[in-house]
Design a binder for this molecule. Structure first.
Ligand code: UDH
Ligand code: NGS
Length: 365
């Protein structure tokens, strides 16, 4: 009796131990799989801002050091996963179209040039501007992709003011934009219109722009409702300049700041390449537009107010004596001289924090 009960007790004891062991094993295995399955998505499920920083880091690392095969493979997997997540995310959050008129506009602006501006400060004030002077609103889908083209040589002081005033305005206008400074190399006669043609070509190599704003470096809008985008008809934006007592100097005036969609630009074969020195090239552009049956769209005189930074005539930009003869023949020359005959040599492309600077050899007269 005692022997039997002892034996029963031993069997029971062992069975219990076995059950406890099995339970422990089960818990351990369950725990292991739980931890493993939850670790992967957690690592990947980091917030978007975090991911952007990581991607930025990766881009820089890629440019700097090639890395090992294993690292490369891991990186590729990570990138592929990220890409598919990006696509999912895009599908998830179909952005609303940006409104016709941005709700961020404030209207009339104070513009003055007797203040000190520095590139560092402009950078700090505009943290959302991407490398190369690019910006795109995050919370709505833009209507147009705008390349802003500035003809340039030796006007760094003016450029600082332009960046200081324009970057905040363009962001409030909710534009997907890039700023391109087309810098004429050397000290041959300046050629504004040819530089604008170069800007058109070079900007398109970088992004699928469908609108081009051509702006002198010394013109600053005094009202952010003057949107730097394209319209049904080619647009003249600098319609009400302080130097002309806030009036158009003449009805056909198309100088200063203008915008043309890609189609409008191509319809007129771009701009003339053979206006060397000051004057007439903007009148030639006006002629091209009207010969192709287009009219000029303009903001009203209040919204179109702008200030010009006063300066002396630049070296190698004297009035072009041939300009009157040239604008008298636009109809005959426009198909033979323009974007279809443009030739130039890019000497340097600099992606700076607030703009892209492209230095070009455009030749000489
Ligand atoms: N530009 C340069 N560097 C030059 C010449 C022109 O950057 O050496 C660019 C710049 O963007 C400028 C634009 O080309 O705003 C048009 O230059 P412009 O000289 O045709 O026109 P702007 O209105 O001056 O700047 C006109 C002559 C001013 C004489 C004033 C005499 N008081
Ligand atoms: C006209 C010029 C334009 C110039 C405009 C304003 O006379 O190129 O003056 O010039 N046309 C000709 O010379 C044929 S401004 O006062 O801004 O220097 O844009």
């Amino acid at each position: 009796m005692t022997g039997d009960s002892n034996m029963n007790f031993n069997v029971l004891n062992r069975t219990c131990k076995l059950v406890v062991l099995l339970c422990l094993l089960h818990i351990t295995v369950t725990f292991f799989f739980y931890v493993r399955s939850s670790a992967t998505p957690l690592g990947f499920r980091s917030p978007q801002s975090h991911r952007n920083v990581l991607r930025y880091g990766q881009d820089r690392a890629e440019a700097g050091s090639p890395g090992t095969d294993a690292q490369e493979a891991g990186k590729k997997q990570g990138e592929a996963a990220e890409e598919s997540r990006d696509q999912e995310e895009k599908q998830d959050q179909k952005l609303e179209k940006c409104p016709e008129t941005s709700p961020l506009l404030v209207g009339p602006l104070r513009v003055e040039f007797n203040i000190h501006v520095s590139l560092d400060q402009i950078k700090k004030d505009n943290p959302n501007i991407q490398y190369g002077g690019r910006y795109k609103p995050k919370d709505c889908e833009v209507l147009q992709k705008v390349a802003i083209i500035i003809p340039f040589r030796n006007r760094d002081e003016h450029l600082k003011f332009w960046l200081y005033y324009l970057h905040p305005i363009l962001q409030r206008q909710q534009l997907d934009y890039g700023v391109y400074i087309i810098n004429q190399d050397g000290d041959e006669t300046f050629n504004r219109a040819k530089l604008l043609n170069v800007g058109y070509m070079e900007a398109l190599k970088e992004y699928d722009y469908n609108c081009f704003v051509f702006s002198d470096v010394d013109l600053i809008p005094m009202d952010d409702r003057n949107t730097y985008r394209c319209f049904e008809q080619p647009r003249h934006l600098s319609v009400s300049m302080d130097k002309f007592s806030y009036r158009l100097p003449y009805n056909q005036y198309f100088g200063g700041v203008s915008s043309l969609s890609k189609d409008q630009f191509l319809k007129i074969n771009g701009f003339p390449n053979n206006y060397w020195g000051w004057g007439g090239e903007d009148d030639d552009i006006f002629n091209r537009l009207s010969f192709k049956g287009m009219s000029i769209s303009r903001p009203n005189g209040e919204v179109g107010k702008c200030r010009m930074i006063r300066h002396n005539r630049d070296k190698q930009n004297d009035p072009n004596p041939q300009r009157f003869d040239r604008i008298a023949h636009t109809r005959d020359t426009m198909d033979k001289d323009g974007i279809n005959t443009l030739s130039y040599r890019v000497l340097k492309t600099e992606k700076l924090d607030l703009y892209t600077k492209i230095t070009v050899d455009v030749g000489k007269p």
